[in-house]
Design a protein around this ligand. Sequence first.
Ligand SMILES: Cc1cc2nc3c(=O)[nH]c(=O)nc-3n(C[C@H](O)[C@H](O)[C@H](O)COP(=O)(O)OP(=O)(O)OC[C@H]3O[C@@H](n4cnc5c(N)ncnc54)[C@H](O)[C@@H]3O)c2cc1C
Length: 346
Amino acid sequence: MREKVLVLGGGFGGLTAALRVKRALGQDADVTVVSAADRFLYTPSLARLPFGRRRPEELGFPLAPTLWMREVRFAQATVTAIDPAARLVRTTAGEHPYDHLVVATGCRDDLAALPGLAEADGAWSVTTLEGALRAGEGWRAFLDDPGPVVVGAAQGACCPGLARAFLAALTAELRRAGLRERTPIAYVTAGGERRLAAALERQGVQAVTGAVMTEAAPGKLRLADGTTLAYAYAMIVPPSAGQDVVRAVPGLTDARGFVPVLDTCRSRAHPGLYAVGTATGPGAGPHATAQARVAAVNIAAAIRGEPPAAYRPGLAVPAPPRSRAAGALFEKYYLWKARHGYVRLP
Ligand SMILES: Cc1cc2nc3c(=O)[nH]c(=O)nc-3n(C[C@H](O)[C@H](O)[C@H](O)COP(=O)(O)OP(=O)(O)OC[C@H]3O[C@@H](n4cnc5c(N)ncnc54)[C@H](O)[C@@H]3O)c2cc1C
């Protein structure tokens, strides 16, 4: 009997895990990916989408051809329940029994954790394609009626570096529009980042570090220390949480819905269940792919009766470069290698 490996999610972690485990096990395993989205999405470039520097279709590729080419099955469906005791996953398009499961469903915006953000006029987020498109509409309205700008990452944000990348893109666009000199910008982050703060202050950006955001209201962002920052346009990376369907599994997650894993990327609670990427907590893309590689290796090891390998953070490749030209080049390279299934390349 061939082992059934089921991978939930078709992002950085899920795609890598599926292709790596299939490569390791070949005909010894049936590997299936279930993903709500039918496309891989290169999230780092969402920060440039609102400014019209990228088109949505440039930021990804359809998952099915890439997976089929490597003999991995693909089901576009939303996971509705995970039952580790029965080793069964239910989806909107049927059930999938499994022997080994990789949870790579990423995280979601936890809008309830920052009251008012969902409704605040002029405050946007770019953590999803839809959000980035809306942020673009807001940006075009802002250009007609400019004012102060706030860019920030709330405490518990999925990818704190995103606010920094967005700030760089936004500053360049303000310069292009001839608005930089008369636009006050505040950068708000929960982290310490003292050197960054000093560098930003030199560029005329008010840096508010170690901040706890408490409420977003139309045109105003309130912080725990009583500060209120006014904005005409804001991009706030919201707090994040694990996906509800993962959080619903008894004993699998922490209070925020993230899956605690051993250094083998296996769940602490359920043998046969691995979790990678932002399903395990906030983190960057290279962390997700490095964890995915370890999960794949360890599923193969479990099937062959070999000892598992441990995840070492040093395994992660460096984060994508920040400069615009280098970032664009890296985006092209990453999409090329992922689309062709060359997930073993750095
Ligand atoms: C806007 C943005 C910019 C970023 N920029 C950078 C950067 O510059 N550098 C960097 O290193 N990192 C960056 N990151 C972080 C990086 O995107 C994450 O670390 C990475 O996406 C995590 O990969 P993942 O596979 O865990 O999750 P994801 O890539 O989010 O993939 C999750 C997958 O699960 C699927 N899914 C979710 N729920 C379900 C369900 N119920 N049923 C079925 N499928 C489901 C989704 O459709 C998706 O395919 C950024 C993140 C964002 C949001």
